[in-house]
Design a protein around this ligand. Structure first.
Ligand code: PLP
Ligand code: ZN
Length: 427
């Protein structure tokens, strides 16, 4: 089954936002004091023509919210296709590859090592050769397409390329590399806010992509939380364009993330369980919203580490509250920042708060799944097994969904079909 986007609405306060309102990133009721709002896409079932292309943004174009936005603001179909295809070509010029559907296959040796029967096992969706080495570029691509479509229709506050305000992101990991790669493809200036602990290798990669790297020490008057996020928000308030991978800062990142779920539903619609590693939550929530709406079935398990597990805590609280129907209304009761300093070998999923948690909780409930807190030893073991039993050069964060499988292996039948996403390459 396919869907089309008809508009947006906030999963918390319910306010509806028309697609034709340009430069709309967040719920109009979100304020700097109240960030507990997140827009989502309203969809209806529709017959769509999948375009014959290996590029997921062209193949699934008619299901994308950015395509619906482009149509709503008067861009012709040819123009919309041209914007996506030209951006993809420009990205390929920097990244060495444009976007292509990524492979999904049964990991035979890994399945044997984990004691699965030939009819069951572990299937791996391999994102390590996606643009910029992780799934993150999928989210960022639609944010950039959105800007290009608004610009082409004359709906941006600037009219010439030379007047484009900078893009802005707070990240020192895969998202920063992906954002800087896409920005570089268009020579669009980007400010990347990184913590004082950012690794030298990461900084070098960002400088090589011409990013304006801003190291963000905590300031005396900063509220609790990540100083990179405070500096990022300040810059956005001054007119920079939010270009990160949190739906609470820019809804358009949630659009491109959906290509992952559509691809998986097409490659393997019947799965018994899927284990998704969760940091800020955009990855798992967009996978779920697209996979289930296109007919996929599987029990959804969100996986976090014992060193930072705000979503696992939220899930437990949500169950204790009797699983209220209006999930967004429970935000303050179930989700708050992790108090201790987050730490794990899987250092890409250490967001102290799971911003995009609502859809994950909703789909864990409806699919009879649940959240899993993986021990640090299973995070390490999962990475080790991924390298011993597959050829994929995955990072500790990228293999951390597998730690969820290890954690509950005893509860799984040998003939269950289990899916994990190896979401990023080693650096
Ligand atoms: C390789 C990789 N996988 C998964 C994630 C988790 O994604 P999200 O923060 O959207 O939950 C990240 C986030 O940085 C990542 O880098
Ligand atoms: Zn709202």
């Amino acid at each position: 089954m396919s869907t089309r986007v008809t508009g947006m609405s906030c999963s918390v306060c319910g306010v509806q936002v028309s697609l034709v309102v340009p430069m709309q990133w967040v719920c109009p009721r979100a304020t700097s004091a109240d960030r507990h709002h997140v827009l989502g896409f309203d969809v209806v079932a529709a017959d769509v023509d999948n375009f014959s292309s290996e590029n997921p943004f062209l193949f699934f174009r008619e299901q994308l919210a950015v395509d619906a936005f482009g149509a709503a603001i008067g861009l012709s179909e040819a123009t919309r296709i041209d914007i996506i295809a030209s951006l993809d070509a420009a990205v390929a010029g920097v990244a060495g590859t444009g976007f292509r559907k990524t492979p999904l296959a049964r990991a035979d040796e890994l399945s044997d090592a984990l004691g699965f029967a030939p009819s069951g096992g572990v299937w791996v969706k391999d994102e390590t050769h996606n643009v910029a080495g992780s799934h993150k570029a999928r989210h960022l691509f639609t944010e950039l397409v959105y800007l290009l479509m608004a610009e082409r229709a004359g709906l941006t506050p600037w009219s010439q390329e030379s007047d484009r305000p900078p893009l802005a992101i707070a990240s020192c990991g895969n998202a920063a590399i992906a954002a800087s790669t896409l920005a570089r493809a268009l020579q669009w200036p980007i400010a990347v806010h990184v913590p004082v602990t950012a690794q030298e290798s990461m900084l070098k990669a960002l400088y090589a992509l011409d990013a304006d790297v801003r190291i963000c020490p905590r300031r005396d008057n900063d509220p609790p939380g990540d100083p990179c996020v405070w500096r990022f928000r300040e810059l956005v308030q001054q007119g920079a364009l939010p270009f990160g991978v949190q739906g609470t800062e820019n809804v358009w990142c949630l659009d491109g993330g959906r290509t992952l779920g559509w691809e998986i539903a097409e490659q393997m619609p019947q799965i018994d369980r899927v284990f998704m590693q969760v940091g800020g939550g955009a990855f798992a929530s967009t996978f779920a919203s697209s996979f289930y709406s296109s007919g996929g079935s599987a029990r959804l398990h969100a996986v976090q580490t014992e060193g930072c597990a705000p979503l696992v805590r939220a899930w437990q609280r949500f169950v204790e509250l009797g699983e209220p129907r209006h999930i967004g209304a429970t935000w303050s009761d179930v989700m708050w920042p992790w108090e201790q300093t987050p730490v794990s070998f899987a250092d890409g999923i250490l967001d102290d708060e799971t911003y995009d948690w609502i859809d994950i909780v909703g789909h864990m409930r409806s699919s009879q799944g649940g959240a899993i807190r993986a021990t640090e030893s299973n995070i390490v073991r999962a990475h080790h097994m991924a390298h011993e039993f597959t050829d994929i050069d995955v990072s500790p964060t990228g293999s951390s969904g597998l730690a969820g499988v290890l954690e509950i292996r005893d509860e799984l039948d040998a003939d269950e079909k289990v899916l994990v996403v190896f979401s990023g390459q080693s650096r």
